[in-house]
Design a protein around this ligand. Structure first.
Ligand SMILES: [Zn+2]
Length: 58
């Protein structure tokens, strides 16, 4: 018995697990990382629409 395999994502900046909103998910060898919404927002990397600004590389 095994349920569906859910991707497990951890924020590369703050270590938060499975954030509801995230950017730039990367999965390597079954280990997923991403950037949670809070981190780029706190750094001013988002525009007013909540999208990443051009030229921001996560
Ligand atoms: Zn984060």
């Amino acid at each position: 018995m095994s349920g569906p395999l859910l991707p497990r994502l951890t924020c590369r900046k703050c270590g938060k697990s499975n954030p509801a909103v995230y950017f730039a998910p990367v999965s390597v060898d079954g280990i997923g990382t991403c950037i949670c919404f809070v981190c780029p927002e706190a750094r001013g990397w988002l525009d007013r629409a909540g999208d990443l600004k051009e030229g921001v590389c996560l």
